[in-house]
Design a protein around this ligand. Structure first.
Ligand code: PBE
Length: 270
């Protein structure tokens, strides 16, 4: 029904993910700043898995849907989606994924700190791992086979990284697809150098807390400057922003491309 208003067709609901995700807070802000709150729009909390399932069903039936979307994620390759324009820049101009460490890591684990300085990859590389996992390969197996296929990159990541000698390292991550990929890659790479690596999945706020309190040595799951701005501000001075491990990330609201009349967040009002 292309002429029908969108809101009533989808109960004025944006399908979201886990409450701690930065994209959820930013979407609340967007609802306010674009005046959508007064138009009954609401954001539904869910999980990435539930959101992508609902999205897949809507697309199968060519029904309208609005989701919280981001790249890198396989949803943008598996489905024909478009980001809604965000003229008010609520979701930021450009976003990167940062590696953050606890205070003191450089001093007492210089090898791990060097790895963090070395570690970066691009969206097509991380997608190899995400796709394998989405197709049913275990994250650990997917990471192992990636390392086998990219020995030169592994060499770079490990350059000047001193031997771990069984030193225990804890990585905190959030179970978003991109961070499942990076945490498992980091574990496998550091274990090649003799570190004993424990990766721990948690929600976003506990992840930042773990790094800020030193309960975890580092995390590769920090989306900055916008998505996790609230956490970065809250824990300012209690963590080290070591390096950017992926450039060109993006978050926002997304819809299937067959929703021809909806191209901007502003269009949700009409
Ligand atoms: N995400 C994926 C996260 C960061 C990684 C966009 C869902 C967030 O919103 O916090």
């Amino acid at each position: 029904h292309p002429e029908e208003k969108l809101g009533p067709q989808i109960n004025y609901t944006i399908t979201g993910i886990d409450a701690g995700a930065g994209i959820m807070g930013n979407t609340q802000t967007a609802l306010e700043k674009y005046g959508l709150k007064n138009h009954n729009w609401q954001l539904q909390t869910s999980s990435t898995a539930a959101m992508t399932t609902v999205l897949g069903k809507a697309i199968k039936n060519k029904q309208p849907i609005v989701v919280t979307g981001w790249v890198p994620h396989w949803m943008f390759t598996k489905y024909k989606l478009k980001f809604l324009k965000d003229p008010k820049m609520i979701y930021g101009k450009s976003e990167n994924i940062h590696s953050i460490s606890r205070l003191g890591l450089q001093k007492d684990s210089p090898g791990v700190y060097t790895f963090l300085k070395n570690f970066s990859w691009n969206t097509s590389q991380i997608s190899e791992v995400m796709f394998a996992v989405n197709n049913g390969t275990s994250p650990q197996e997917a990471a192992k086979s990636y390392l086998k296929k990219h020995p030169d990159q592994v060499k770079k990541w490990l350059s000047n990284v001193s031997a771990g000698k069984n030193k225990k390292i804890t990585i905190a991550y959030v179970a978003w697809d991109s961070e499942i990929a990076s945490a498992n890659i980091a574990k496998e790479v550091l274990e090649k150098r003799g570190y004993q690596v424990d990766i721990r999945a948690m929600e976003a706020q506990p992840m930042w807390t773990a790094v800020a309190t030193g309960a975890a040595d580092f995390s590769l799951s920090a989306w900055l400057p916008t998505t996790h701005a609230v956490y970065a501000h809250k824990f300012k001075g209690k963590y080290i922003d070591v390096h950017q491990n992926l450039h060109g990330a993006k978050t926002g609201l997304a819809v299937p491309t067959y929703m021809k009349n909806i191209n901007s967040i502003e269009d949700l009002k009409t």
